[in-house]
Design a protein around this ligand. Structure first.
Ligand code: UDP
Length: 363
């Protein structure tokens, strides 16, 4: 088979790390990087540390509004994919502008579209990610879902054909990265003046939390509420958030709060090391909620919806939106005793390849 994979940002590099290797063991993969994230901290370090193949095509399509960026993706991906010649499928991950752009191109060129992490829903159409997922799922020829809940979400939208539950590709990556993170954590944390279980970790970058002064002020207040000198809060700052903090004059308020430690975004190995040692994770990221669960670290989600509802159902994740008092209450709660395996067995990448093989053979 000949597969064109299109990735563009941080969470997609992580997911591709589970699939590229088993795919390339038997087939040809042409890897296209749209450049939605293109700097070292959000892109190159992931390729290095997760041992991803070098992209065959690297575009520079970052920046601009969602619509302008998606329009540029479509305009550049169409001739690129046409130029590749005969391909069996276009493979996309998750819910970004890259996912949407590549989906529209595959659909227009009548190339089967394969969506990894299909069926996730927050049911909040204000989120660009939600709109991207819905459109991509409805254009896909093969919907590869991570959970039974995702299958059910698709069924409610009438999508029942060619849905395959492969498990979660991020479980594969966690199984590769977390053992090494645990091994290096004692020394690495000590070198950064942190103790295992003696700090909290936060990430925040969703447009809905950082793109307006009111919401960003509430984000800052919520983060400050769970930081203290005794239990500092380590916050690797996404460039989008860093820019808005300066723009809305909130940078000093966050930076000067007791116990808040702002750092640049870190690579996947350092992030996993921070995660496995954290007392609690606070995040508005989809991927980080799940990684926290897989690591056995309690998560407090700075949103009022989540796609990863199972983590909430089993008591390891709590949605507090941007409410400082609710966040403080959430970090005071005891941890649940049980942590069932919700996200597959770490062999999702292999199943993705097999499902694509079956689809191509059937066509
Ligand atoms: N991540 C990282 N360094 C950081 C913050 C996050 O390596 O400083 C990783 C994290 O482990 C996860 C992914 O980036 O695998 C999540 O990306 P992000 O939160 O940007 O996207 P989302 O999952 O919300 O789509």
């Amino acid at each position: 088979m000949r597969i064109v994979t299109v990735v563009g940002n941080r969470p997609q590099f992580v997911k591709a790390a589970a699939v590229s290797r088993p795919l390339r063991a038997r087939h040809e993969e042409i890897l296209v990087h749209t450049g939605q994230h293109h700097d070292d901290a959000l892109s190159a370090v992931f390729f290095r540390e997760l041992d991803l193949p070098r992209p065959d095509h690297e575009l520079r399509l970052g920046g601009g509004t969602n619509l302008a960026q998606t329009a540029r993706m479509i305009a550049e991906l169409e001739p690129l994919v046409r130029g590749v010649g005969a391909v069996d499928a276009v493979l996309v991950y998750g819910d970004t502008n890259t996912t949407l752009g590549a989906s529209l191109v595959a659909a227009d060129l009548q190339i089967p579209l394969v969506h990894v992490e299909a069926g996730m829903r927050s049911y909040d159409r204000r989120m660009p990610e939600e709109r991207n997922r819905v459109v991509c799922d409805h254009l896909s020829s093969l919907l590869l879902v991570p959970t039974a809940a995702a299958t059910e979400n698709l069924r409610r939208e009438g999508l029942t054909e060619r849905v395959v539950d492969v498990g979660d590709v991020m479980t594969d990556v966690t199984a590769m990265v977390h053992p090494r993170a645990r091994e290096r954590a004692p020394e690495w944390l000590a070198a950064h003046d942190l103790r295992p279980g003696g700090y909290r970790l936060a990430t925040v970058h969703r447009a809905g939390n950082v793109d307006t002064p009111d919401r960003l002020a509430a984000t800052v207040d919520t983060l400050v509420a769970v930081a203290s000198e005794d239990l500092p809060l380590v916050l690797p700052l996404h460039p989008r958030t860093a820019a808005r903090l300066v723009e809305f004059d909130l940078d000093a308020r966050l930076r000067s709060a007791p116990g808040v430690r702002l750092v640049d975004p870190v690579g996947p190995m350092d992030f996993a090391t921070l995660l496995v040692g954290a007392e609690t994770v606070l995040t508005d990221s989809g991927g980080v909620q799940k990684e926290a669960y897989l690591a056995g670290v309690r998560c407090v989600t700075l949103r009022d919806t989540t796609e990863w509802t199972e983590t909430v159902d089993v008591g390891w994740n709590q949605l507090v939106d941007l409410d400082p008092a609710a966040a403080r209450a959430a970090v005071a709660r005891p941890r649940p005793a049980d942590r069932p395996a919700l996200y597959g067995d770490g062999r999702a990448g292999q199943r993705v390849v097999e499902a694509i093989e079956r689809m191509v053979a059937a066509d």
